[in-house]
Design a protein around this ligand. Sequence first.
Ligand code: ADE
Length: 244
Amino acid sequence: MMLIDILTIFPEMFAGVVNTSILKIARQKKVVEIAVHNIRDWSTDKHHKTDDAPYGGGPGMIMTCDPVFRAVEAVKAGERKDSHLVLLTPQGRTFTQKMARELSQKSGLMLICGRYEGFDERIRTGLGPDEISVGDYVLSGGEIAAMAVMDAVVRLLPGALGCEASTADESFENGRLDYPHYTRPPEYRGMKVPEVLLSGHHAEIEKWRLEQAHRRTQERRPDLSAEREDTAAGSNARNGKSAD
Ligand code: ADE
């Protein structure tokens, strides 16, 4: 079972996500244990402060070292001593499906969510966390980023999803986007399901899906690795097709 600890000053934000859908089922099936900790509980200040004004002046408040260090030390004990420490920050490496796969191999994750204008730099230098960003935009805090990372990781854990095969084909797993999906009815408001999908011809369906996935990736995300490799290998038949 993977152990996930969240360190935040807004623990209440996590109630919805950990009690819904895949995360809820994974917890019930003991695939993962998720504990949410309030950093404020480790503040020794009489008002339980976790922030202060920046040295050198400037706008905003900075997350102070002591409550974060204490929280990490208290939580990272016993069976959690090998937990992988992650700091959610827009300055981290950008999160990808490959990183989600890598993190899913860890015995535990400790996700530290920042607030305010930023962290005291000594949280980075002193704790040496794996710094992760969920994208080139700024959130009000690391919580939503931590939820994204946690969700992407937990659904990859064996037993989390009903069907293990369901993650293998998805967008990004093969360095390309997913193919389009259809379900009943065969025609909706004049829009028809592609004939091949109704044909029952499995080899043809497989071929169509692969072509669609390539076309989509070329059009929308030519930067993804499988497409770059294909292009480098000189396979421009598909490139030609996607220019339709
Ligand atoms: N905190 C604020 N913005 C963030 C981002 N883009 N990724 C991770 N943590 C953040």
